[in-house]
Design a protein around this ligand. Structure first.
Ligand SMILES: Nc1ncnc2c1ncn2[C@@H]1O[C@H](COP(=O)(O)OP(=O)(O)OP(=O)(O)O)[C@@H](O)[C@H]1O
Ligand SMILES: [Mg+2]
Length: 285
């Protein structure tokens, strides 16, 4: 059964789409059967994989959610043999209004995915920069959520709403939802402010920060205009290296064997480090 990961942060332009596309491509390169779902009406993930979203009038995620069309007819192969995509386009703009009146509106994606989840090892969902009903659908369907954070001033802006939404979803629609990790993006080691912000985030969120850090790398922005993931555009780039490392980290984490129960060791359990989800971050931080 596929592990479903929602890539989310309602702050715009932090690297959600770049991460969704390139993480999905790197998982596929590791021969993991991967599906990328574009859940953003902007359709950026679709164009990053070379789909022309303006002329794309075939079945897409809108039809799977609203018309309850067979999900398989909304899935397309990509250049990478193990990577499929369920694209989106402007159709999705109206989807939220249509969903409001539907039965079990928060679980539409979850139900749709049940039919195809067995065909994949990983399903990556690229969310829009908002906490709307589409994003709630992603949280309801997902096992984990990954939060890209740009290593810049005001990185944590809006985080409190994200964490509150996650709390509400866990209390009602999806108790299994857990944090995959916070991913530091667009890190520039020559920029002192970047370093300061990265250090602050690491001190603040500790183990919840993923070990792989995505550098600011011009090849990562170039490859999108060629409609290719970074590994097909420049496999030797720092961007490729970073996303391959992230895919490796996520595979290792997912396939990790359960540890021996802590109770048998009689060691005091360290509760002193608060987890990401326990923070009450206010938007001024
Ligand atoms: N590591 C990086 N190095 C250089 N440029 C990057 C990097 N990551 C993302 N970018 C560029 O930054 C811009 C925003 O990235 P992206 O579209 O992935 O963010 P997003 O969070 O999906 O945005 P939105 O909130 O609008 O959906 C894009 O132009 C992208 O090419
Ligand atoms: Mg995006």
């Amino acid at each position: 059964m596929a592990k479903i990961i929602a890539i989310t942060n309602q702050k715009g332009g932090v690297g959600k789409t770049t991460t969704s596309v390139n993480l999905a491509a790197c998982l596929a390169a590791a021969e993991k059967r991967t599906l990328l779902i574009d859940l953003d009406p902007q359709g950026n993930a679709s164009s990053c994989l070379g789909m022309d979203k303006e002329s794309f009038n075939k079945a897409n995620i809108y039809h799977a959610l609203i018309n309850e069309e067979n999900f398989e007819s909304c899935i397309y192969q990509t250049e990478l043999p193990s990577l499929d995509i369920c694209p989106s386009n402007n159709d999705l703009v109206g989807a939220e209004l249509e969903l409001v009146h539907m039965f079990a509106r928060e679980s539409k994606l979850k139900v749709a995915l049940e039919a195809i989840a067995h065909k994949y090892d990983y399903i990556i969902i690229d969310c829009a920069p908002s906490l709307n009903l589409l994003t709630v659908n992603a949280f309801t369907a997902a096992h984990t959520y990954l939060v890209p954070m740009q290593t810049e001033y005001l990185a944590m802006e809006g985080l409190s709403q994200l964490l509150n939404t996650v709390r509400l979803i866990r209390a009602s629609l999806n108790p299994r939802l857990s944090l995959e990790g916070i991913l530091l993006t667009m890190y520039d080691s020559r920029n002192n402010l970047c370093k300061l912000v990265a250090n602050d985030l690491m001190a603040h969120f500790k183990d919840d920060i993923l070990k792989s850090i995505i550098p600011r790398n011009v090849k990562l922005s170039e490859c999108t205009s060629f409609g290719k993931p970074i590994i097909l555009y420049d496999i030797t780039s720092k961007g490729s290296e970073a996303y391959l490392s992230l895919a490796r980290e996520i595979i290792l984490k997912s396939e990790k064997k359960p540890e021996a129960p802590a109770a048998q060791t009689k060691l005091p359990i360290n509760n002193s480090i608060p987890k990401f989800e326990d923070y009450q971050v206010n938007s001024q931080e």
